[in-house]
Design a protein around this ligand. Structure first.
Ligand SMILES: C[S@@+](CC[C@H](N)C(=O)[O-])C[C@H]1O[C@@H](n2cnc3c(N)ncnc32)[C@H](O)[C@@H]1O
Length: 397
């Protein structure tokens, strides 16, 4: 089968590197994602293990459509009953196809009707449509008169890891957090710190990478709703999950430290770490990032500072905060500093030239990954730095 894994905009190459690392063969980058080939078991494994993907979809049909009137019958001729039942909720999304349909919502409506009619005829009941949170998404990619039909394997987007409480402000999307950590080239062993950790998204992603935990281990997937799942796929799925559970290390071997100036944010991180089995692996502190201490030797500081628009304060306040933080951490020898931030903030407030940078998006916000590599300690100077993690106060977890 052919699969398309979609990436957060800007992170396609990071996703491709992840697919290669997971052993998927010959992945090819396309706009918005990466195409790869494999069995259905490979598709399920991709859902379980990909940290930086948004969705994994399988190609179930490719048709040439030259007139609007052909669309309904063409969709009905697809092997829809292999994938859809009356019990799973559905959604339809169309991208492209402007040559034939001025309004892609109209095309989506016709396709949805064709799916619903096919299922109703077979089961005597119609499936419910759920635009926002469907079990099974049919995605149609139109390029000129060529229409590709893809079925989502994931169900809820892969960024949904299944642990997050709903009452959290301005979290970074999990797949973007994982992409930032990969982009920072963290080796999964060296000390890692998010000094503005908010609800702990980067801490969880780092902790799961360090313990080789599959990011999909806590959640279910859309493919479990396929009509042939129970009879044909369940044993393979069980094997994939069991293998993932066996691979998981009980705790992080190195140090992961999370800090935030806001006590509520620290509590939110704590509850998310507890829900993900990482509470013993991560040290949490209520502290100001402007007073952060370096690790003894090298370390990674990876963070998502406030943008100034989404939570509290204004842009100027966010900028001043950023300048104070950068002044502090730029003095830490041998440390890598990586951030995801609003592009406008970067342009106005970050004077230092990054070693590398990448334009990305956090939802609708244009963001940028920035990675700075601090200079090595001068050989004449014996660094008198504290033990790690810096002991400002006893760990609270
Ligand atoms: C954009 S949020 C981080 C969101 C987080 N990545 C998540 O997914 O939940 C920024 C966080 O930085 C914290 N913060 C802002 N200024 C800080 C400072 N000077 N020191 C420590 N934390 C700070 C805020 O309290 C907030 O929780």
């Amino acid at each position: 089968m052919r699969f398309l894994a979609t990436a957060v905009r800007g992170t396609e190459r990071i996703l491709m590197e992840e697919l290669i690392e997971l052993g998927f063969e010959a992945p090819t980058m396309v706009p918005g994602g990466v195409v790869f080939a494999g069995t259905i078991a490979d598709g399920m494994r991709a859902c379980l293990w990909l940290r930086t993907a948004q969705r994994v979809m399988a190609l179930i049909g490719k048709e040439v459509i030259r007139a609007q009137s052909q669309l309904y019958d063409t969709v009905r001729s697809l092997p829809l009953l292999d994938w859809f039942t009356a019990d799973a909720t559905i959604s339809v999304q169309v991208q492209g196809g402007r040559e034939l349909f001025a309004d892609s919502r109209y095309a989506a409506l016709v396709i949805k009707d064709a799916v619903v009619d096919t299922v109703r005829q077979a089961y005597g009941r119609r499936p419910n449509v759920d635009k926002d949170d469907a079990d099974l998404q049919l995605v149609v990619l139109a390029d000129g008169d060529t229409f590709r039909f893809l079925i989502g394997l994931n169900g809820a987007p892969l960024a949904f890891r299944g642990y997050r409480r709903k009452d959290v402000e301005a979290p970074i999307r999990e797949s973007l957090a994982a992409a930032l950590i990969r982009y920072s080239e963290w080796d999964r062993k060296s000390p890692f710190c998010d000094p503005m950790c908010g609800s702990g998204t980067l801490l969880v992603e780092a902790g799961w990478m360090a313990t080789d935990t599959a990011p999909g281990i806590l959640r279910g997937f859309g493919f479990q709703q396929w009509p042939f799942f129970a009879a044909e796929l369940e044993p393979t799925w069980k094997e994939l999950r069991d293998e993932a559970l066996q691979r998981r290390l009980p705790a992080v071997r190195g140090i992961i430290l999370g800090c935030d100036i806001d006590r509520k944010a620290v509590e939110s991180s704590r509850s998310h770490l507890a829900a993900t089995g990482l509470v013993q692996s991560v040290v949490l502190r209520e502290s100001n990032a402007h007073e952060l201490e370096p690790f003894r030797k090298q370390g990674w500081i990876v963070t998502n500072p406030p943008y100034g628009e989404r939570i509290g304060g204004g842009v100027e306040e966010a900028g001043a905060n950023l300048v104070g933080f950068m002044d502090r951490v730029s003095t830490f020898y041998e440390h890598t500093v990586a951030m995801v931030m609003d592009r406008g903030l970067q342009e106005h407030y970050i004077a230092r030239k990054p070693r590398k940078s990448l334009g990305t998006f956090n939802g609708p916000i244009a963001t940028r990954f920035l990675v700075f590599r601090n200079r090595p300690a001068p050989s004449t100077e014996e660094p008198s730095l504290p033990d790690q993690p810096p002991a400002q106060e006893p760990p609270t977890s």
